[in-house]
Design a protein around this ligand. Sequence first.
Ligand code: S3P
Length: 741
Amino acid sequence: MGQVGRLLVIGVGLIGGSFALALKAAGACREVIGVTPQREAGEQAKTLGVVDRAYTHLPEALGLLQPGDLVFVAVPTLAVESVFAQLKDYLPAGVTVTDGASVKGSVRSAAEKVWGEMPSFLVPGHPIAGSERSGVSAARDDLYRDHRIILTPAPDTGADHLRRVVQAWQAAGAEVLEMSVEEHDEVLAATSHLPHVIAFSLVDTLAHDAENENIFRYAAGGFRDFTRIASSDPVMWRDIMLANREAILKAIDLYSLNLSSLRSAIASGDSAALMGVFTRAKAARDHFTKMLAKQAYSETMQAQEVTFIAQPGGTVSGKLRVPGDKSMSHRSIMLGSLAEGVTEVQGFLEGEDALATLQAFRDMGVVIEGPHDGRVTIHGVGLHGLKAPPGPLYLGNSGTSMRLLAGLLAGQGFDVSLTGDESLSKRPMNRVANPLREMGAIIETGPEGRPPLLVKSAGQLSGIQYQLPMASAQVKSAVLLAGLYAQGETSTVEPAPTRDHTERMLQGFGYSVERDGARATVCGGGELKAARIDVPADISSAAFFMVAAAISPGSDVTLEHVGINPTRDGVIHILRAMGGDIELQNTRTVGGEPVADIRVRYAPLRGILIPEAQVPLAIDEFPALFIAAACAQGETVLTGAEELRVKESDRIQAMADGLSVLGVSANPTKDGIVIAGTSGGPVFTGGTVDSLGDHRIAMAFAVASLRARDTIRILHCANVATSFPNFAELAVGSGLKLQQL
Ligand code: S3P
């Protein structure tokens, strides 16, 4: 690669030595020269192959450099200035200088002191990597691999110098980021310097506690994990504390405040406060653990690429329980949080969407235990007990979270902003913002009514009568939830029945909802009382296995404990109208919701004209139903379904594109699709289809493999985890030949 000519490392310890080894291993420099005041250390570095030549006298080594060479200053933070003073006199022109000090403000001050300004050849940097071990013998060529390097270039830093440093770090396998000196020092004070302060101080406290002389004899995993960093290099850490004093003091003050309120909670036996701190911290740490597993030191939890490879053929059979209903899981957290008392939920969907709602309420101060195996305990704070979250609420892929929260937050006394992933950021939000504004809410959206949403404290809302322009349970629910905070009555009138979980669950929490045909009315100013909620399995997830059994000869599958609320059962009616063999067994009511075991056996299907009245009742099931339509004799025609174009993807287009790739004639229309079915034998060719990151598109094409001639590859499937985290496992267990890469 040869990005740099010679590399001169000043201070050949763990940091400098590892950089030298990494560049050597990558073939990214011609020669490494080491400078270290102790001759023996230089000899050792040579013996270990870390440097090719070693010097004790810096000016002598600098004399060897030529334009295009790189100097890496890897000395303790407070020694940087004296190194700079020598560079000033002896550094040849055209040579780039970078450093690895953990505090950048002090490096900038040192440079300004020595040169009077930041010289253009100096590119300050900080590798976010290290080890509690120090010295050249600890150096490794992979220390920086998949770790982050923060560079803090100044406005006058030379572009060539910056490029040289970026390329060198990239050659070492690192990811390079840029930020301002101030931001760097503040972030590091909180995430690195404060933990070191606490670890050093804890070990020191324990080691000098006379009453516990033998303390280390009994110390186990917790002590070891927590205090590993207290065996880091004392000189380095002394320097960092002195160099980043202001930012570290700020971090210590904040921490001391939190520690003392934790102390008070322990002293007063305040179990709710303790659970609040511990559950929030656990959620945050679990999130970080996942980030570490996915990508070392990744800043955002980037959706990992998941591809489904579905081999053709097979049948499905057995008894399956698919995960809990997504709509009800969201609502259980929302209403449980706003209730008085402790709500117990079981059957909760541990998918990313519902977890985004859960985290949002944690961020607003609600103590929520779990989920553990679908059980969640919510310590409700009452309708007026939410607190302003510390930052924007990130709702991932979940439209339901964002729209329902917009309504619920419209009546709070604080401002909050709601953000989401790429797909959610494209979805229309004026459908909720407009009626909420009519109620007096103050809501700002991004361009064209897209997220992010800023919901501001607006004072008293007023009830409205709202005629929904589209059949949307999310819009209906947002308005009704805002109605809990509004003066007087709030009514919604829907153009066609949509899922009524909000109305049912409000009633389950003891809040009166008057229902009269298409109209639902709540009166503001009431109270929610904690409840027990049993979330049945999600019919929208069950639908993939219903279709799987319906299209593959020999299949016989029973989906247990599925919610068959009449506002959700369109998939049953549509499949039956197509000739599907569906039996509802053991029908019962659980927590105000009808539930059944659904048995589906293969039977030949025929194409139909889908009744428009069924569309809102099966709105999420169309990707699966389109696969059934492709396997039916004759044509299936869908109309009145323009809402499908504004789901997690444009589902009409996404399915039409994928079906065409797989050799099925599918013609999208403005508000639906016409699919030409094929009865008998394989229906789909093999091929690669793009789910566009839409969970339901991904699962639908996985099911298609049962009637495929060849392998189907489905791209961008990570979001299956939003609604159906164990889809691949259940699919394989029931007979699909699905592999997840
Ligand atoms: C949902 C309502 C529907 C549905 C979504 C969940 C809900 O959206 O597609 O998956 O939980 O209220 P719309 O209200 O946009 O139709």
